[in-house]
Design a protein around this ligand. Structure first.
Ligand code: ADP
Ligand code: MG
Length: 228
């Protein structure tokens, strides 16, 4: 379970013009939650707080009962897909996906197969060696999704832990990832997210503008309102 407990945040000193943003929500593990709300309400801010790129002024964020607020972003059990993802344009598809994995994990036969499978699932089979800057915007966004999902599937190898599951980035945060895709590709991507949640025990939190997404994903909906 993900718990965002009475989290308060402001980019500036809170003022009348810019009051504190407040967030309170609970997400069941192995489920999909869609975050909706008007532009500028704080949807991306909420995901950045969960991922650790921003620090709450108040409150706590817990994953499976443990506070993750003190953990640096890289140590959190989180894989994130941004609105405009930071792929490395001069490197190929395969490298962009494998780069988030430990060197040991990257070369394991099982994991190579998993990367190939996710490329096939997303209609990118045979494109492993294409450089990112030779792909269309939609293809690039699918590579970014493949990377987020592969990171969520493959455990990190951290010497301090004996439990591989604790090292999985099994919480996937998606910030309007599919808004630029054509309807068919978007449907494929949503289906893959859904499949991964139910087959791999991933928990997904996705910001979207499209009310149909929550329905297609069978997701819980959390609406952000002013000072909710
Ligand atoms: P949403 O994703 O719901 O559209 P955001 O979380 O991006 O909204 O933004 C919430 C509010 O915070 C907006 O008023 C936005 O202008 C402001 N904001 C977002 N990012 C920054 C930033 N880096 N610095 C200052 N203000 C920001
Ligand atoms: Mg946003």
């Amino acid at each position: 379970m993900l718990e965002v407990k009475d989290v308060q945040f402001s980019y500036h000193q809170a003022s009348k013009a810019q009051p504190l943003m407040r967030f309170d929500l609970t997400v069941k593990a192995q489920s999909i939650t869609v975050i909706e709300g008007p532009s500028g309400i704080g949807k991306s801010t909420l995901l950045h707080l969960i991922a650790g790129f921003l620090t709450p002024l108040h409150g706590d964020i817990l994953w499976q009962g443990q506070s993750i607020c003190h953990m640096p972003p890289a140590a959190r059990p989180i894989s994130m897909l941004f609105q405009s993802d930071n792929l490395l344009p001069h490197l190929d598809v395969w490298t962009n996906i494998a780069i988030g994995l430990d060197a040991n994990s990257r070369h394991k036969a099982d994991n190579k197969m998993m990367i190939s499978q996710s490329l096939t699932d997303l209609g990118l089979a045979g494109m492993d060696r294409r450089r990112i800057n030779t792909l269309s915007g939609g293809q690039q966004q699918r590579v970014a999704l493949a990377r987020a999902l592969v990171r969520a599937r493959i455990p990190r190898i951290l010497p301090s832990s004996s439990d591989p599951n604790s090292m999985r980035r099994s919480l996937v945060l998606l910030d309007e990832p599919f808004s630029a895709l054509d309807p068919d590709t978007k449907a494929d991507c949503l289906a893959l997210v859904k499949h991964m949640v139910f087959s791999d025990g991933i928990t997904a939190v996705m910001v979207t503008h499209d009310p149909a997404d929550a329905k297609n994903l069978g997701a819980e909906v959390f609406s952000l309102k002013l000072n909710s």
